[in-house]
Structure formats: structure tokens, C-alpha cells
Design a protein around this ligand. Structure first.
Ligand code: AGP
Length: 368
């Protein structure tokens, strides 16, 4: 068991530390002469260029990867993209035409609702791409094309490395759609690809450096009854995953909100016993997030911020800051998710929880 964990106290921590390798493996061999290719999708640029609507369907953490992808697909390919939990998608009457692409994301490749949604989408005439971590899984077999995430087997019930593998793969898919639609130039593709590749090293730095800040933040929130995760734009998508991770393994209730929604309800919850974890990395909406932090702090909340290295301003608004390297906003979920994974794990450890085998949860949900 100890050997299998590679010297780490639990599989979750081992898997968190594998993420730089996952990013590198995901990108290997994808860029040649300035052109991006995902050959296993078996679709020509002309065919890809016909796509005029994208649905990402998934559950849980995989759904959160989809929320990140929506931002990228719409920004880079200018194709409308909706993200839906598979259990909703399968029971409604979505608008699907032969030029609709459905992207089904499932680590295990056997989630019952995601599979049912794939079948339904294909009957309705959509092209379906699967993104999965398990070779030969039902999602892989039943999709028209498949991208395998390069996470390798994930043992901890809470997904970490498979999530980053999904985000990296969906980022490539968004770039490919942008390339095929003629919305991204060769120079832009090269630049994005090289910055995406740099995130592997940036995640390594986070793993090496942010331990003390994460421990301090975990101690500050360990006795809370509830926590609120907030962010805007890419930070909102990241915060949903941060809250889910915390709930799953520490049993500390957490909610996540797009920070602009605070005034519309959640701010009523805020008091000194309600920590707020904010994604406050560099982005076009940084100032807006800071003003949400000020509002929360004025009501006594303990603020934990994930912020960009060099940002001194944030120290005025937060009680605890976890700094991460500067990256393009589009790639911030890749870096900002890592301290949130570590934070969830640290809180769970402090609360005496079994981080690898949380109660009531299974690694794959093969029944509805
Ligand atoms: C992630 O930490 C969870 N264990 C869970 O939300 C999971 O992501 C969800 O059940 C979907 O699983 P899948 O990716 O295997 O389809």
C-alpha cells in the first residue's frame, strides 16, 4: 500500500502531484508546424468547420471541466456552447441538428447518465466526442470520436488529476475548433500552445511552494460549518470545483457562486463563522472580485484568496493569501484548481476524514 502510494500518505496527494506529468502527456505530439491536430477524432478541418453548436454533457467534476471549456470554445471558436449535467440533458428535448457536436466528458467512461445522454444525442443525429480516462470504456465505445485523457488510473474517489487532464484536453479541443473555424491564426495557436505547455512547470512550482499557505488557510477554516467559494469568469468555474472537492472529502458544507451573485442572496449568509474562498487571480474582472471581497469582509468573513504572485493589493482584502504563478486568464483554472485541491485535502486531514474513500461516494456511478 505504502509503495503504491509512492511515499505519499494517501492516493489523493499522490495524484495531485502527478498533474504536471498529465499536462505534458496531454500535449505531447499535438502541435506540428504551427498546426494543432487531434487525429483520433477522425474529422477533417472542413467537417469541424461545419459545427455550429456545442453541448458539453457530464456529471460532477467532469461537468466543471465542461464549464471551463464553454468559456474557451466560445472565446476561441465563436461557436455557442452549452454545458449541461447529463441527468438533465437526457430527459429534456435539446435542440440538436446534424451540425451539433456533443462532447461527453467522463473520467470513468461508465457514468450511467452520461452514457444515456450520449445515446440520446446520437439518436437525434449529433456527432459525439467522448473525453475519458478509460480505454475501451462504454463512453469511448459509443462515441464517434474519443480523446483519452492521460491521467492514468485514478484511485482516490475525489478526482484531481483526471480533472486537470479533462481541462487540458478540452482546452486543446477548443483551440482545434478555433483553428478549424479560422478564428485562431497559426501564430495565436503557437502562442496558446506554448503557454499551455508552461502550465506544467507552473503547477510544479505551486506544488513545491504553496504548502505552508494552504496549511494556514486550512487551519483558519477547519472549524467552520460552511464555506463559500467565489470567483468570476474562469474563476467562477474554478470555484465550483473547489467547493465540490471540499464537500466530498471533508464533509464541510460549501457552496460556490459567481461572485456577482453575492448581492442577490448568498451575502445574507456571511458572518465571522463563514469563510469565503475567492479566486482572485489576474483577470479582466479582478477589481470586481476585490469589491466582492470587501463586501464579505465588512460582514466579518475570514477571506482566503488565491491570487497571482506579485499582487500586493490583495493583502489589504484577504486574511490568508495563496499565491500562484501568473498565467493567461484562460489557463487559470489549471493553476488555481491545484491549491483548492490541496486545501480540500488539508481540511479533510485536519478533520480526521479518509480522503481517499469518502463516505457515501463511489468512484464511478453506473446506476442512475
Ligand atoms: C469527482 O471528485 C467526483 N467523484 C464525481 O463528481 C465525478 O466527477 C462524477 O461522478 C462524474 O464521474 P465521471 O467523470 O467518471 O463520469
Amino acid at each position: 500500500d505504502v509503495a503504491e502510494k509512492g511515499g505519499y500518505p494517501d492516493f489523493m496527494l499522490k495524484e495531485i502531484h502527478e498533474q504536471p506529468r498529465v499536462i505534458r502527456d496531454t500535449l505531447a505530439g499535438r502541435l506540428s508546424g504551427g498546426a494543432l491536430s487531434i487525429d483520433e477524432l477522425d474529422m477533417t478541418a472542413e467537417e469541424l468547420n461545419l459545427i455550429d453548436r456545442v453541448y458539453v454533457i457530464a456529471c460532477g467534476t467532469s461537468y466543471h471541466a465542461g464549464l471551463i471549456a464553454k468559456n474557451l470554445i466560445e472565446a476561441w471558436a465563436r461557436i455557442p456552447c452549452e454545458v449541461e449535467v447529463a441527468s438533465e440533458f437526457r430527459y429534456r428535448n435539446p435542440i440538436i441538428t446534424p451540425t451539433t457536436l456533443v462532447v461527453a466528458v467522463s473520467q470513468s467512461g461508465e457514468t450511467a447518465d452520461t452514457l444515456a445522454a450520449i445515446r440520446d444525442a446520437r439518436v437525434r443525429g449529433a456527432k459525439v466526442f467522448g473525453i475519458t480516462n478509460v480505454v475501451g470504456s462504454p463512453v469511448a465505445r459509443e462515441s464517434d470520436g474519443v480523446i483519452y485523457t492521460k491521467a492514468n488510473k485514478e484511485i482516490a474517489v475525489a478526482s484531481t488529476k483526471s480533472f486537470l487532464g479533462q481541462v487540458a484536453s478540452l482546452t486543446l479541443l477548443a483551440m482545434l475548433l478555433g483553428q478549424s473555424a479560422g478564428k485562431l491564426t497559426t501564430a495565436q495557436i503557437k502562442l496558446l500552445f506554448s503557454e499551455l505547455a508552461d502550465t506544467a512547470e507552473q503547477v510544479e512550482r505551486i506544488l513545491a511552494d504553496c504548502g505552508p499557505a494552504v496549511e494556514e488557510a486550512a487551519r483558519a477554516m477547519v472549524d467552520a460549518q460552511s464555506a463559500l467559494f467565489i470567483g468570476r469568469g474562469m474563476g467562477a468555474a474554478t470555484s465550483y470545483e473547489g467547493a465540490l472537492k471540499l464537500k466530498e472529502i471533508s464533509y464541510l458544507h460549501a457552496e460556490a457562486y459567481a461572485a456577482g451573485e453575492m448581492k442577490h442572496g448568498p451575502i445574507a449568509l456571511i458572518d465571522e463563522n463563514f469563510p469565503v474562498i475567492a479566486i482572485a487571480t489576474n483577470s479582466p474582472v479582478y477589481d470586481k472580485v476585490v469589491s466582492n471581497l470587501q463586501e464579505s469582509r465588512a460582514r466579518g468573513a475570514c477571506i482566503i484568496a488565491v491570487a497571482t504572485e506579485g499582487d500586493e493589493e490583495i493583502l489589504k482584502h484577504a486574511d490568508h493569501v495563496i499565491y500562484i504563478p501568473k498565467v493567461r486568464d484562460a489557463f487559470s483554472p489549471i493553476t488555481a484548481s491545484v491549491p483548492l485541491q490541496l486545501l480540500a485535502r488539508e481540511v479533510a486531514v485536519l478533520r480526521g476524514c479518509d480522503v481517499d474513500q469518502p463516505r457515501n461516494l463511489a468512484k464511478s456511478v453506473t446506476v442512475e
